[in-house]
Ligand binder design. Structure first.
Ligand code: NAI
Length: 300
């Protein structure tokens, strides 16, 4: 494959003042993208705010001969999302790439989780991605081009102790991306999700001995590919960390068909659990139609 570049492309990267987002901003800018470096500049739990993180990434890009502006709006309100995309449109005239990456943690066991700890996490990860992506999507539709990358987490896709708020927000992003991929298809707008593993300020105390091997820079090439014109995939989810790049998918098994015009007993369901749960011959649906077609075939 020839060089992948982003000349004339405008990228908005949320939470790009540090960690993973900064690596995306630096790589895309080094290959020609004009970048809006968004970061609220707070602490890992979402408290506080400062301009220094976004300013620093934007300055590093400019020092290396690239083009970037800093933006300090919070993704977590509709006004913030609008302002972030407006910054891209006002300065660079378009928006081609949105990498939804901003994130905070408020880990707590489910029994002890407070409404505030739920809301902060949903507001930044899930609603924040809506608020930034919607104005961007509208602009992308008019230009018939767009690339979205959403940042989920194994904590939601697979589950992790003490992270119901975070896991719910992260799985919500899978639903958002799946629908965006379908709605954007006819306008050449692609949308994919990553579940990264990397040593950043968010995870350095959680990763144990793995930490030194999971450099953020190992996540960057996959994200940069998904953000590129060369990206042919959409509607997919990827696991990325420590130099391993893999697909995650939601599969649907053939299951057990009780028969037409029969309402099975609870005990019938219990008796068929092995067949219902068997992963043999699963499909990976591209939308609700694939599931409906399977059922229609059985009923015909
Ligand atoms: P990080 O803490 O270095 O980066 C998150 C950035 O988001 C910070 O710079 C922070 O200031 C910014 N941010 C927080 N709230 C914001 C808001 N309301 N508006 C704008 N910016 C805001 O952590 P890291 O690890 O780089 O995280 C990046 C993304 O990757 C997050 O969504 C995180 O949940 C996700 N992730 C990271 C994993 C890892 O192993 N590092 C694992 C799974 C997911």
């Amino acid at each position: 494959m020839g060089d992948i570049r982003y000349d004339k492309r405008v990228a908005v990267i949320t939470g790009a003042g540090g960690g993973l987002g900064k690596t995306y901003a630096l790589l895309l800018a080094s290959r020609g993208a004009k970048v809006v470096v968004n970061d609220l500049g707070g602490k890992p739990d979402g408290t506080g705010a400062s301009h220094s993180a976004a300013d620093q990434t934007a300055q590093e890009i400019r020092d290396q001969g690239g083009e970037a502006i800093a933006n300090y709006d919070s993704v977590s309100t509709p006004e913030g999302g609008e302002a972030i995309i407006k910054a891209a449109l006002d300065k660079f005239g378009r928006v081609d790439i949105v990498i939804n990456n901003a994130g905070v943690l408020r880990d707590k066991t489910f029994a002890k989780l407070t409404p505030e700890e739920l809301n902060v996490v949903l507001d930044v990860h899930l609603k924040g991605a809506f608020f930034v992506s919607q104005p961007a999507f509208r602009a992308m539709k008019t230009q018939n081009y767009g690339r979205f990358v959403f940042t989920a987490s194994a904590a939601g896709l697979f589950g992790n102790f003490g992270q119901t708020n975070y896991g719910a927000a992260k799985m919500g992003l899978v639903g958002l991306s799946n629908v965006l991929a379908i709605e954007g298809a006819k306008n050449n707008i692609r949308s994919n999700v990553i579940a990264p593993i990397a040593k950043t300020r968010m995870t350095e105390e959680l990763l144990g001995p793995l930490a030194e091997f999971v450099k953020p820079e190992l996540v960057t090439p996959l994200v940069a590919y998904l953000a590129s014109e060369a990206c042919e995939v959409t509607h997919e989810i990827f696991s990325v960390g420590g130099g391993r790049y893999a697909r995650i998918f939601i599969g649907l098994t053939p299951g057990w068909f009780a028969g037409k015009d029969t309402v099975p007993k609870v005990e019938d369901v219990a008796d068929h659990m092995a067949q219902i749960r068997s992963t043999a011959d699963y499909i990976i649906p591209d939308g609700i139609g694939d599931e409906m077609r399977q059922i229609a075939k059985l009923l015909r």
